[in-house]
Design a protein around this ligand. Structure first.
Ligand code: PEP
Length: 256
């Protein structure tokens, strides 16, 4: 893959002040960086402000959620067409916080995936195992199950030009990042799994790792051949850390 992909997921954090300061500093620091795609996924209320702030840069806009419906009486929801309308390109779905705190099932996530693909947006499909599955050695099984629920209904071609974010649930927001070699093994499995079902197309899938990524552990993770990029939560709210992670991604994948 030609470019690394680093996504900053602000989750339920941010303000107009953060939008202006963070995006100003980020654009300044990233001048000259060419081989790392950077996406900012702020809370939905700031999407327009972020869009305005990044309009002269290569940074792209991401959203943290989408509804399963196209339109109608669904108070509080946002459709894929609306996200596209305001310039969003990437949309995070299947995040474990939505699966757990909002009871989103694999079927709901598959429907969101379908709505995004239909609109020409890029799903960032988060998959990963629970701590119990990890302890039982069922990581690959859990990932395959979460891929299958989409593939079996929508076909294997839908995985062309999508982002799969491998995020072990036990590693998210815990400070316990997975070991780079373990992540490599899972990413290689995911790539092969998709390839087998969709001959010669798996190289079109970008596979990110997410889970307590910091500027300290990013280099070792990015050194792994099947880690194409990083989905960064808390560390993306610290401008120095986030810039360092992006610089490391650009450097590492240039060498690769
Ligand atoms: C995430 O929210 O996807 C994430 C990986 O969070 P953190 O980096 O804080 O673990």
């Amino acid at each position: 893959m030609a470019h690394a992909l680093v996504i900053g997921n602000w989750k339920l954090n941010g303000s107009l002040h953060l939008v202006s300061t963070m995006l100003f500093d980020l654009q300044y620091a990233l001048r000259g960086i060419q081989n790392c795609k950077v996406v900012i996924a702020p809370p939905v209320i700031y999407l327009g402000n972020v869009k305005q702030a990044i309009c002269d840069s290569f940074i792209e806009l991401g959203a943290q959620n989408v509804d399963i419906h196209a339109s109608g009486a669904f108070t509080g929801e946002i459709s894929s067409a609306m996200l596209k309308d305001i310039g969003v390109k990437y949309v995070i779905i299947g995040h474990s916080e939505r699966r757990i705190l909002h009871s989103e099932t694999d079927q709901v996530i598959a429907r969101k995936f379908y709505m995004l693909k239909k609109e020409g947006l890029i799903p960032v499909l988060c998959i990963g195992e629970t701590e119990a599955e990890y302890q039982e050695g069922k990581t690959k099984e859990a990932c395959a199950r979460q891929i299958d629920v989409i593939m079996h209904v929508q076909g294997s071609e839908v995985f062309n030009d999508v982002v799969v974010a491998y995020e072990p649930i036990w590693a998210i927001g815990t400070g316990k990042s997975a070991h780079p070699e373990q992540v490599q093994e899972v990413h290689s499995f995911i790539r092969t799994y998709i390839t087998q079902k969709n001959a010669n197309k798996a190289s079109l899938v970008t596979i990110q790792y997410g889970g307590s990524v910091t500027s300290k552990n990013a280099e070792a993770l990015l050194a792994q051949p099947d880690i194409d990029g990083l989905l960064v939560g808390s560390a993306c709210l610290n401008i120095e850390s986030f810039i360092e992670i992006i610089r490391l991604a650009a450097k590492q994948k240039q060498v690769a």
